[in-house]
Write a protein that binds this ligand. Structure first.
Ligand code: BG6
Length: 460
């Protein structure tokens, strides 16, 4: 294992910071959506806002040399006119400086889903103007933090927030409209390319990539029908993000298919040129599960989403969309219905490397579980086993020549898990959300990870 390999863990602004209305931060679309619907929110979350020094020290003491974090747009830019919030800038500069003082490499995501509400009110990602507003916001980030950051990410998981927000409807703005999903997908990929463009034009140091919610696609058999279904699924699950960000083109067979059913007149050829000319330097892959695909005969797609944590799956039926079902009766699932499949990671890493030949990071990987955190030390052997098997899969891929640059466990400490609230815990460090000062205690997996890092992966 190369000495520069990044061994770290990951967070996201809304999920950990808390301080939702402090120091001139304005509302994000998540603040408004969760408040208005009276849902568990991240108002306080892990209160990283007030605990970041202690948390970064703990990360360092756990042997980690990298920290994945995101910047909250509504903490940095106050309004549509682009007024900068100096208090928000100071907050992130302090975090980044604290990382550097401890020899921790920051891996910084510019957008992890917390769109300012003032932009949501103009139509959010359905509004072309928001892509250009994102570019201005990204430029401010490069200017204010560029001296402290070498690894930038334009977006976290376009697929996940676009499909959840505009197709499935379980994330804000909670629409269920395939046409809107296609428009939002286009604007997000355009914004990502505009971010890359301004980064390259500005001559800032470092590299810029994208983080993708990676779902390698397997078929139930080797028939022609299954292969065709797999291609559709791959287009939906991966290619519209990775082909577009890495090769500068939306998959043409996907556009051709969509053109039969949807209005694509919003696509602007000049903007396609921007996408073509501004591709990323590296890929971050968030890996939780693969998709097993079989052709679906009646023209409906069953997308599986489970926010209940009660086992089984909530099925969302979307008519006339793609022609396959995501399903595997024989697999092992977490209590939230996520398949555990390290082999999918190994195969997927090789596929992505062979296709794009760009440096790769695993930017998230972890298991969400209900845990009793009132004990002295959470004995999370299931997390150790999960991480062990996935790191082993990554190392197998490296042995086969894949250029892996880092691994980030999700998550650094327990945090707010979107629609699952705080009871779905992923952290290496437990947080007791019922204590006044949000008491932190490393779990068994934290110490195990430290040993793995110290052995440079040899103890896997
Ligand atoms: C990734 C996201 O999709 O998965 C994280 O980047 C998220 O923000 C993580 O928390 C786990 O998903 P969930 O819904 O279980 O919190």
């Amino acid at each position: 294992m190369n000495k520069d390999f990044l061994w770290g863990s990951a967070t996201a602004s809304y999920q950990c910071e808390g301080a939702w209305n402090l120091d001139d931060k304005v509302e994000s679309m998540w603040d408004v959506y969760l408040h208005e619907n009276n849902l568990e929110n991240g108002d306080n979350a892990s209160d990283f806002y007030h605990h970041f020094e202690e948390d970064l020290l703990q990360l360092k003491n756990g042997g980690q040399n990298a920290f994945r974090m995101s910047l909250a747009w509504p903490r940095i830019i106050k309004n549509k006119e682009g007024e900068v919030n100096s208090k928000g800038v100071d907050f992130y500069r302090k975090i980044l400086q604290c990382c550097l003082d401890k020899d921790i490499t920051p891996f910084v995501t510019i957008y992890h889903w917390d769109l300012p509400q003032y932009w949501e009110e103009t139509g959010g990602w359905l509004n072309n103007e928001v892509s250009y507003a994102y570019q201005k916001y990204a430029k401010i980030c490069f200017e204010k933090f560029g001296d402290l950051v070498d690894l930038w990410v334009t977006f976290n998981e376009p697929k996940w927030f676009v499909s959840s927000g505009y197709l499935i409807g379980n994330y804000p703005p909670a629409h269920k409209n395939p046409q809107e999903m296609i428009i939002a997908a286009y604007h997000v990929m355009l914004a990502s390319a505009l971010g890359v463009k301004i980064f390259k034009e500005g001559g800032y140091k470092g590299q810029i990539g994208i983080v993708h919610s990676f779902t390698p696609v397997n078929g139930v058999d080797d028939s022609l029908e299954t292969r065709i279904a797999m291609r559709y699924a791959d287009n939906y699950c991966n290619n519209w993000i990775l082909d577009t960000a890495c090769q500068g083109e939306f998959p043409i067979d996907l556009l051709s298919e969509l053109n039969k059913k949807f209005d694509l007149s919003f696509i602007n050829i000049k903007e396609l040129d921007v996408i073509k000319e501004n591709t990323v330097d590296f890929i971050g892959l968030n890996y939780y599960a693969r998709a097993l695909i079989r052709p679906y005969s009646n023209g409906e797609t069953v997308l599986v989403a489970n926010n209940s944590g009660n086992g089984g799956s909530n099925k969302v039926i979307i008519k006339d969309w793609f022609e396959q079902v995501f399903d595997d009766p024989d697999a092992i699932y977490t209590e939230w219905g996520t398949e555990i499949c390290p082999l999918g990671l190994e195969q997927g890493l090789k596929e992505v490397w062979n296709k794009y030949h760009l440096p790769l990071y695993i930017s998230e990987n972890g298991i969400g579980v209900r845990e009793d955190v009132t004990v002295d030390e959470v004995q999370d052997d299931y997390r150790i086993s999960y991480m062990n098997d996935h790191i082993a899969a990554m190392m197998n891929a490296m042995d086969d020549g894949v250029d892996m640059r880092g691994y980030f466990a999700w998550s650094t400490f327990d945090l707010y898990s979107w629609k699952n609230g705080c009871e779905k815990r992923y952290g290496l460090v437990a947080i007791d959300f019922d204590t006044p000062n949000l008491l932190r205690k490393p779990k068994k997996s934290y110490y195990w990870y430290k040993e793995i890092i110290e052995s440079k992966g040899k103890k896997i």
